[in-house]
Design a binder for this molecule. Structure first.
Ligand code: HEC
Ligand code: HEC
Length: 416
């Protein structure tokens, strides 16, 4: 193909700068080099896997054009408004400027603009019959799998699974926080990996660190450090199967599968776990005088808010937490993660001004993993019947901070 093109060029004397109005010439001169290039296309800034502009380029100019036309990617009346050109122009505003990517994008945009314009002047080409479904050029994987591998989706999941759990790491890793300054001096900038926003944090972890092991996700330092399986300056902050571990692990496993191309069909994708959005808080909850048989077991708390209008508890939980009971100290305490139904007013207001819990009447459901089920299978769910030990009601004003903990006595948790 390439040789043919060269001799053709000499014979016709086509200019260096542009192959003019002949779609085939433009295709061979501008589009095929993109197809043959070993470099990833600009699409990969956001489509982390499964999609590349090469997927849309077929063996000939004619086939490629018809395939794009049939998929609504070109606008034959107003070529400059073609959807494919919009896709090429899309930029991720949260990414750092990248010269190589900018150059690639610019080349793609000029090549496709020129070629589409040339094609759209060819009346006969525009009117050619539709290709069959099999002839179309597009990503191999089903559209759901393509969508799942988008960076904006990965970021949404990062916010839910990692950002919403960040206060489990207190502020030791929070860039700019006084608690991290001393640690940063001792251990270097690597300590402050929680940046200002979820997007910056995710970008930092993915592009500047080796905290994630794509081959063996469970061996990622992002898990082994807080487990203290690799010696950790912050000690043991996760135990296998707790909410923090589960969330981090789920996100890491998903990312590794996306990058590894493991997802083949929509049914392989992770299930949406619930329809609630989670938010991290520095609100603490404490249970005093825990009984001996809870000692050093993983204890889960699920909180419900009293609804005056309903005269009942709200249907959805408003907060959760979990941690090992401190057997010797006969106490359990931790920060809570709050949640609001997706699309609710509560979610909107928390997104705007940060999460907070209204003072009032609350209920806590307490579960204890007596058999250590979660430690044996990190993503197991506890059997509600066998693990609920009781429920307690209390009034709280939920002031944030370790010094303003809301506390109840274990004696106020009514056994079931
Ligand atoms: C800045 C990030 C970004 C870049 C770069 C990007 N896309 Fe996308 N793409 C998205 C987002 C977000 C969506 C979903 C919303 C939409 O359809 O506009 C999407 C959707 C799509 C869809 C629709 C698939 C569906 O869900 O039905 C196609 C096809 C597509 N992109 C192709 C491309 C191609 C080809 C490129 C490169 C030339 C590209 N994209 C570059 C972010 C991006
Ligand atoms: C009391 C402070 C403290 C807390 C809380 C803490 N850490 Fe750390 N962490 C450190 C210190 C100090 C280091 C640097 C020394 C080292 O590598 O262990 C570190 C290192 C790390 C590293 C390695 C960073 C790198 O790039 O080398 C990871 C990953 C990490 N911690 C994860 C976590 C997670 C996840 C949590 C919360 C679930 C957490 N840590 C809670 C103090 C803390």
């Amino acid at each position: 193909m390439h040789h043919f093109f060269l001799s053709f060029l000499i014979l016709t004397g086509a200019s260096e700068t542009g192959a003019g109005d002949n779609p085939k010439e433009v295709f061979e001169k501008r589009i095929l080099p993109i197809f043959k290039s070993p470099n990833p296309s600009s699409c990969t800034e956001c489509h982390l896997a499964n999609l590349d502009i090469k997927n849309y380029i077929l063996s000939t100019s004619e086939k490629t054009f018809l395939s794009m036309r049939d998929q609504g990617l070109v606008n034959t009346k107003e070529p400059e408004k073609s959807r494919i050109l919009k896709f090429i122009s899309m930029k991720d505003p949260s990414s750092k400027p990248n010269m190589i990517l900018a150059k690639t994008r610019d080349e793609e945009l000029r090549a496709f603009s020129e070629w589409i314009k040339a094609c759209c002047k060819d009346e006969a080409l525009i009117k050619m019959p539709k290709l069959t479904q099999e002839e179309l050029g597009h990503p191999e994987k089903p559209i759901e799998v393509v969508r799942h591998a988008r960076k904006d989706r990965l970021l949404e999941s990062f916010e839910q699974n990692i950002w919403a759990m960040r206060f489990r790491c207190m502020n030791c890793h929070t860039s700019g926080h006084p608690d991290s300054v001393k640690l940063q001096k001792e251990h270097g900038d690597r300590v402050t990996w929680f940046k200002k926003t979820p997007a910056e944090t995710m970008d930092y972890i993915l592009s500047k660190t080796k905290l994630i092991d794509l081959e063996n996700p469970e061996k990622s330092l992002l898990l082994l450090k807080p487990l203290n399986e690799v010696k950790h300056g912050g000690g043991k902050k996760f135990i296998i199967g707790d909410l923090g571990y589960q969330s981090f692990r789920n996100w890491i496993e998903d990312y590794a599968r996306i990058k590894g191309g493991t997802y083949k069909t929509a049914t392989d994708l992770p299930k949406q776990s619930n329809n609630q959005t989670q938010f991290a808080t520095e609100i603490w909850f404490k249970i005093n005088n825990t009984p001996a048989d809870w000692g050093d077991k993983l204890l889960l708390t699920t909180f419900y808010m009293w609804d005056e209008k309903l005269g009942n508890w709200e249907k959805d939980p408003i907060a959760v937490s979990d941690r090992l009971v401190w057997g010797k100290g006969k106490a359990w305490q931790h920060t809570i993660t709050v949640m609001a139904p997706k699309g609710s007013e509560r979610e909107a207001s928390w997104k705007k001004s940060g999460p907070s819990l209204a003072p009032g009447k609350y209920k806590v459901v307490v579960q204890v993993d007596k058999e250590g089920v979660l430690a044996k299978a990190w993503n197991a769910t506890l059997d509600e019947k066998t693990t609920i030990v009781g429920t307690g009601e209390f009034n709280a004003n939920w002031k944030p901070g370790n010094g303003a903990m809301t506390a109840i006595d274990a004696a106020n948790i009514k056994r079931q």
